[in-house]
Design a protein around this ligand. Structure first.
Ligand SMILES: NC(=O)c1ccc[n+]([C@@H]2O[C@H](COP(=O)([O-])OP(=O)(O)OC[C@H]3O[C@@H](n4cnc5c(N)ncnc54)[C@H](O)[C@@H]3O)[C@@H](O)[C@H]2O)c1
Ligand SMILES: O=C(O)C(=O)C[C@@H](O)[C@H](O)[C@H](O)COP(=O)(O)O
Ligand SMILES: [Zn+2]
Length: 373
C-alpha cells in the first residue's frame, strides 16, 4: 500500500489488478487509470450530478478524448433494463469499440448500472468508477459486482466485471445529503462486524466525526472498509465459496437477505443502508437465539447503528409473510432453502442454512416489536 496525506492507494490483486485510491481532488488520476489506447469515453452520471458529470466530460475532452455524457435517473430508477438499453443505444450510436471506456460518476446505483453496461457492451469494456457517495466508495464501486433490479426483486440481473480503477474523492461527499452519508455508514459498520472490529471502536469513539465528511476519522473508516471488501473479493471474486471456516464473498451480504426484502417491499423508498441496518439486527437476533452469538455482540448491533442514526427496527407496512416470500429469491438461496450470513462471534462470519421457520419468526419479532417498545 502506498500512502501520503493526500492519497492512499489500496491495491486489489488478482487476474486484473487495479487500485482503489482514497483522497481528495483525484480527477487528475483518471487518464492514468484509463490507460493507453482509449479513444472514446462515456461518462455515466445521475441527474443530480449533471454539473459534475459535465465538468468531467469537458476535462476529458480537453485532454484529447472523445467524451460523451450519459445522464441516467437518480437512485434505484437507474437500475432498470430500459436505462441499460438507453446506454447501449448511445454507445452504439457513438461507435464505442472494445478499446473505449466507461466512467461512472455517482453512487452505488450509478456504479451498479454503469458497471453492468460496461460488462455487457461488446461483452465487456473497460470501466473506471468515481463513486460520489460513502456507500459507493466503501462498497459498490469495489469488487466488480454489478446489479440491476427487475419487478421480481433487487439485483436479480448482473455480472461480475472488475473496474480498471476506483477513485474515491472524499471532497465529493461534502454535497451528499446527510441521510445518504448515514446510509453508507451501514456498510461500514457491516465491515466492522464481519471483519474489522476496530471500525466499531472508531464509530463508538466519535459518532459525530463518523458522519462528518471532512473528518480524518471518516477517512480512516473509508480506508478500513475498503480494505475489508478488497480482502474478501480477492479471495472469492465470483462468490463461489470461501476457504474453510469463512463464507467467502457471501460474508459481504451480512444483513442483506432481509434488507433487500425490505427494499423491495418498500418500493425502494428505503435507503439501502437503512434496510441493511435492520437486516443486520435481524440476523444478530437469529444467531443469538440459535445460541451462536453472545448477547453483548447482538446488542452492540443496535447500539452502534443507533449512535449514527440508522434504524434498528422495521416500522414499515409489509407483513412478515411478504418479507419471507421476498427473501426466497435471494442469491444465497439454494432450491427452497434460505441461507443467512450470521456471526459466530465478532468478525466470525458463517452461513446458517435452512433455519427453523419459528426461529425466523421469533427473530423478526425482535426487530419489528422494538418499534412498539
Ligand atoms: N455492487 C455492489 O457491490 C454494491 C454494494 C453496495 C450497494 N450496492 C447498491 O448501491 C445502491 C445504493 O447506492 P447509494 O447508497 O450510493 O445510493 P444512490 O446511488 O442511489 O445515490 C443516492 C442519491 O444521492 C445522489 N448523489 C450521489 N452522489 C452525490 C453527491 N456527491 N452529492 C449529492 N448527491 C449525490 C444520487 O443522485 C442519488 O439521488 C443500491 O442499489 C445497492 O444495491 C451495490
Ligand atoms: O459485494 C458484495 O458481494 C456484496 O454483497 C456487497 C453488498 O453490500 C451489496 O449490497 C451487493 O450489491 C449485494 O449483492 P447481492 O448479490 O445480494 O445482490
Ligand atoms: Zn449492500
Amino acid at each position: 500500500m502506498t500512502e501520503s496525506p493526500e492519497r492512499t492507494a489500496i491495491p486489489v490483486r488478482g487476474a486484473s489488478p487495479y487500485d482503489v485510491v482514497v483522497g481528495s481532488n483525484l480527477l487528475g488520476e483518471l487518464p492514468g487509470m484509463l490507460g493507453s489506447g482509449v479513444q472514446r469515453v462515456a461518462v455515466i452520471h445521475p441527474r443530480a450530478l449533471a454539473a459534475t458529470g459535465e465538468a468531467i466530460r469537458q476535462d476529458l475532452t480537453d485532454q484529447g478524448y472523445e467524451a460523451h455524457g450519459i445522464e441516467i435517473p437518480d437512485g434505484e430508477e437507474a437500475k432498470l433494463a430500459p436505462v441499460a438499453s438507453f446506454c447501449w443505444q448511445v454507445l452504439g450510436q457513438t461507435g464505442f469499440t472494445r478499446s473505449d471506456a466507461v466512467v461512472t460518476v455517482g453512487g452505488g446505483s450509478t456504479t451498479d448500472m454503469g458497471g453492468f453496461v460496461a460488462a455487457t457492451w461488446l461483452r465487456g469494456v473497460k470501466v473506471v468508477h468515481l463513486p460520489t457517495t460513502l456507500l459507493g466508495m466503501v462498497d459498490a464501486a469495489v469488487g466488480g459486482k454489478t446489479g440491476m433490479n427487475t419487478s421480481e426483486g433487487k439485483n436479480l440481473v448482473g455480472a461480475f466485471h472488475e473496474p480498471a480503477g476506483v477513485l474515491c474523492d472524499l471532497a465529493t461527499l461534502e454535497t451528499l445529503p446527510r441521510n445518504e452519508l448515514i446510509s453508507g455508514l451501514a456498510e461500514v459498520v457491516k465491515c466492522g462486524f464481519i471483519a474489522d472490529p476496530a471500525i466499531l471502536d472508531l464509530v463508538e469513539s466519535d459518532p459525530i466525526a463518523a458522519v462528518d465528511p471532512t473528518s480524518p476519522l471518516l477517512r480512516e473508516l473509508v480506508e478500513r472498509a475498503v480494505r475489508v471488501k478488497v480482502d474478501v473479493v480477492v479471495d472469492d471474486l465470483k462468490e463461489t465459496g470461501g476457504t474453510a471456516g469463512h463464507p467467502g464473498r457471501e460474508a459481504l451480504n451480512y444483513g442483506h437477505t432481509l434488507g433487500h426484502a425490505i427494499e423491495k417491499a418498500e418500493r425502494y423508498q428505503f435507503r439501502h443502508g437503512a434496510a441493511v441496518a435492520i437486516g443486520m439486527v435481524f440476523v444478530a437476533e437469529l444467531a443469538r437465539m440459535a445460541g451462536r452469538l453472545d448477547d453483548a455482540t447482538a446488542e452492540r448491533h443496535r447500539s452502534v447503528l443507533e449512535l449514527v442514526g440508522l434504524p434498528t427496527s422495521y416500522k414499515g407496512q409489509a407483513p412478515w409473510g411478504q418479507l419471507h416470500e421476498a427473501m426466497r429469491i435471494d442469491k444465497k438461496s439454494r432450491g427452497d432453502q434460505l441461507r443467512f450470513v450470521v456471526l459466530d462471534g465478532l468478525a466470525k462470519p458463517a452461513v446458517m442454512a435452512g433455519p427453523d421457520p419459528q426461529l425466523l419468526t421469533a427473530a423478526f419479532a425482535e426487530v419489528a416489536a422494538e418499534a412498539a417498545r
